[in-house]
Design a binder for this molecule. Structure first.
Ligand code: MRU
Length: 340
C-alpha cells in the first residue's frame, strides 16, 4: 500500500500496489517520492515482478525478470537509491543461484522487507548523529521533503530534528514551500505538524531574508544523489539555499544514508538531472493556471550544490566533511578520526 503523496495533505488515501507495473507508475507519477522511499518501492517492485515470472528454472527466471528491472530503473533518473535497491535485490538473486525459483521468489519478499526495516534504523542513526548539531532553541531551515514521507522511518533531514525534539530540545523548523510541486508546503509542514514539531511555512524566496535577519541557525536538507567528492544533488532550489547559508555564515548540512551516496560518480557534474513537464510550472499542482497560455517553461527537478558549500554530511555512520566521504568505502580508513 502506498500513501498517495499527490493527494496529501487534503486527502489521506492509499494506493494498492499489487504488481510491479503499479510500482513503476507510483514512482513515475510521484505518488511515492523521496530518494529512500523510491528505493524501498523499487525493492518491493522487484519482489512483485519476480512473483509473476513463469519460467521454472533459474536462468529463465533471471531472463524473464530483466524487462521489469529495466522498466523500474527508468522511472526516475536522479535518486541513486533506485539503482541501489534494484542492484541489491539482484545481488540477492545471484546469491541464491541454482536454488528453486519458488524459494527465490519468497526470499525476495523478505529481502524487500529488510530494505524497509534497515531504512528505519538508518534514519534513526542519522537522527542520533545529526541531533548533536542542534542546540536547544535552534531554528532549522529545510527544503523540499526529506522526512518520514520520503523514507521508511524518521526521514533523513528531519530525523535529527525529531530526535532533538524527543530529547527535550525546543526546536523550530522553517519549511521552504518548494515550487513547483510544493513538497515543503504539502508534505513537510503536514508531517511535522502531525508530530507536534513547531513548523513555519515560508515561500522559497524568503529563506535569504530570514537568514540575513538572524532567524535561521542551521540548514539541514536531504539528497537524491551525492557524488564521491561531496557534491550534492537535491531538490531544485537547494543550491540557492546553500549559497545563501554560506553568505550568512550559517552551517549547511546534508543528511544522506549511504544508499544515496554514489561512490561511482567522481563529481556532481555526472549526476543526471530530471527535467519534468512544463505544465507543473504554469499550472500549480494541476489546479490553478498561473501563467499565460503557451508560455515557455523550464522545469529542472533537481540542482547540484558544490561540496564547498556543504559544512557536513550526516550519515548513519556519523557526520563527515564532504572531502572525507570517500573514506566510507575505504576499508583501511579510520572513520572515528574523520568524524566532524
Ligand atoms: O522530486 P522528489 O520529491 O522525489 O525530490 C525529493 C528530494 O529532493 C528529497 O530532498 C530527497 O529525495 C531526499 S529524501 C530523504
Amino acid at each position: 500500500m502506498i500513501l498517495d503523496q499527490v493527494a496529501l495533505p487534503h486527502k489521506v488515501e492509499y494506493i494498492p500496489c499489487t504488481d510491479y507495473k503499479m510500482a513503476c507508475r507510483c514512482i513515475r507519477e510521484m505518488n511515492v517520492r523521496g530518494a529512500p522511499a523510491i528505493g524501498i518501492t523499487a525493492a518491493m517492485g522487484v519482489a512483485l515482478a519476480a512473483r509473476d515470472v513463469s519460467a521454472p528454472d533459474y536462468a529463465g527466471f533471471v531472463k524473464e525478470l530483466q524487462p521489469a528491472l529495466d522498466e523500474l530503473m527508468a522511472t526516475r533518473p536522479t535518486a541513486v537509491n533506485l539503482r541501489w535497491a534494484i542492484d541489491r535485490m539482484m545481488e540477492f538473486v545471484e546469491g541464491m543461484s541454482g536454488r528453486p525459483v519458488e524459494e527465490i521468489k519468497a526470499a525476495l519478499f523478505e529481502e524487500a522487507q529488510r530494505v524497509l526495516d534497515e531504512d528505519i534504523e538508518i534514519n534513526r542513526m542519522i537522527g542520533v548523529h545529526g541531533s548533536a548539531l542542534i542546540r536547544d532553541g535552534a531554528r532549522v531551515l529545510t527544503h523540499c521533503n526529506a522526512g518520514s514521507l520520503a523514507t521508511g522511518g524518521y526521514g533523513t533531514a528531519t530525523a535529527p530534528m525529531r530526535i532533538a525534539a524527543e530529547k527535550g530540545k525546543r526546536i523550530s523548523v522553517f519549511a521552504d514551500e518548494t515550487r513547483p510541486l510544493l513538497q515543503g508546503a504539502r508534505l513537510t509542514s503536514w508531517e511535522l505538524m502531525q508530530s507536534g514539531i513547531d513548523v513555519t511555512l515560508i515561500t522559497d524566496n524568503s529563506a535569504g531574508a530570514l537568514m540575513r535577519k538572524g532567524e535561521i541557525d542551521l540548514v539541514i536538507v536531504g539528497t537524491d544523489r551525492t557524488a564521491r567528492n561531496g557534491d550534492v544533488a537535491n531538490k531544485i532550489g537547494t543550491y540557492m539555499v546553500a549559497v545563501l547559508a554560506r553568505e550568512n555564515n550559517i552551517p549547511f548540512y546534508v543528511a544522506a544514508p549511504l544508499s544515496s551516496i554514489d561512490f561511482t560518480m567522481a563529481s556532481g557534474d555526472e549526476i543526471p538531472i530530471e527535467e519534468r513537464g512544463e505544465d507543473e510550472v504554469y499550472n500549480i499542482c494541476g489546479g490553478l493556471m498561473v501563467a499565460p497560455e503557451g508560455v515557455k517553461c523550464r522545469n529542472l527537478a533537481f540542482d547540484v550544490t558544490p561540496a564547498k558549500y556543504v559544512t557536513g554530511i550526516i550519515t548513519q555512520k556519523g557526520v563527515f566533511r564532504p572531502a572525507d566521504l570517500h573514506l566510507l568505502v575505504d576499508p583501511a580508513a579510520d572513520l572515528e578520526a574523520a568524524k566532524l
